[in-house]
Design a protein around this ligand. Structure first.
Ligand code: ARG
Length: 287
């Protein structure tokens, strides 16, 4: 069963700025009820799509804990804990370490690993498992270090394809890149360096590439959760709805505006814990 980690949104707020989308001035305590409702709606959509959700408790002073995609890279029960680039988020490392120790005791994950000193890596936000191709796409640049690429390859013993991100606006790979069932790829080309774009286009044939427009990417729709034909994402422009429906996908849209004020949406509010490198699991997910 697809198993997701989410964080209780009780201590979410937008009180610092570490990416260009973050708008502390637009946030007030009055925004919290809408954030809680949005998080609950996302959890409901994951369950309706056949998922199960594990929850990390909120911690005061760590507002971005609501984005557990950045907590770790997880595959085959192995967990590589993140190291955050910005001091504002480094306090989350100990919280997620404790959370994964608990998940390990319960048998939900089986091994926990650390990054070498000096290497930044912001979890599944920058290391996206492509179930159809059986490799990791690894983003680096604004947040994760180039050196994280080799660490991920050695930790999981799987192929990795590095992609350098070209802008601070699309600071994590998951803001601009989303592999979908059936080998499709939803991505936002301007987020990548010329070399990274050439890599993507060499590995994904044109008929499987779905390009997001500026507007679709700015609506945080590329930051989506995909389960078979289901895609769960922030409110989508109709242009994107059409593109995805034409490929047979079924969309669930959720008003995630409070989290977009922090530069995040559906994918990064979750972390898949059950992914395996077994190719049969891709076939199951695509059914
Ligand atoms: N405010 C958070 C940050 O800048 C948002 C993180 C969103 N996570 C993601 N994987 N895109 O780190």
């Amino acid at each position: 069963m697809p198993t997701f980690l989410m964080t209780d949104p009780d201590c979410f707020d937008v009180c610092y700025q570490i990416n260009p989308w973050m708008r502390p001035g637009a946030w007030s305590a009055a925004s919290l009820p809408a954030a809680k409702a949005a998080s609950a709606a996302l959890k409901g959509a994951l369950k309706a799509a056949g998922g199960r959700v594990e929850t990390v408790e909120a911690v005061r002073g760590l507002p971005d804990l609501v984005f557990p995609a950045n907590a770790a890279v997880v595959l085959d029960g192995q967990v590589l804990l993140a190291r955050f680039r910005h001091p504002e988020r480094q306090g989350e490392e100990a919280v997620f370490r404790t959370a994964f120790a608990g998940l390990q005791r319960r048998g939900i994950v089986s091994g926990v690993h650390d990054l070498p000193e000096g290497v930044f890596q912001e979890g599944a936000g920058d290391a996206i498992w492509d179930a159809d191709r059986s490799f990791f796409w690894v983003g680096h640049g604004p947040r994760s270090s180039r050196a994280s690429v080799g660490v991920i390859e050695r930790t999981f013993g799987r192929q990795v394809v590095p992609l350098e991100l070209a802008s601070e606006r699309f600071y994590h790979l998951d803001t601009c890149f989303c592999p979908l069932a059936g080998g499709f790829l939803l991505y936002y080309p301007p987020a990548f360096t010329a070399e990274a774009l050439a890599t993507i286009r060499a590995l994904v044939p044109p008929e499987l590439r779905i390009e997001a427009s500026d507007r679709e990417a700015a609506a945080f729709c590329v930051n989506a959760v995909n389960l078979g034909e289901q895609i769960i994402m922030a409110k989508a422009p109709s242009s994107l709805r059409r593109k995805l429906r034409a490929r047979g996908f079924v969309l669930t849209e959720i008003d995630l505006d409070p989290f977009i004020l922090s530069g995040g949406a559906a994918y990064c509010m979750t972390l898949r814990l059950d992914r395996t490198s077994d190719p049969a699991s891709a076939l199951l997910a695509a059914e």
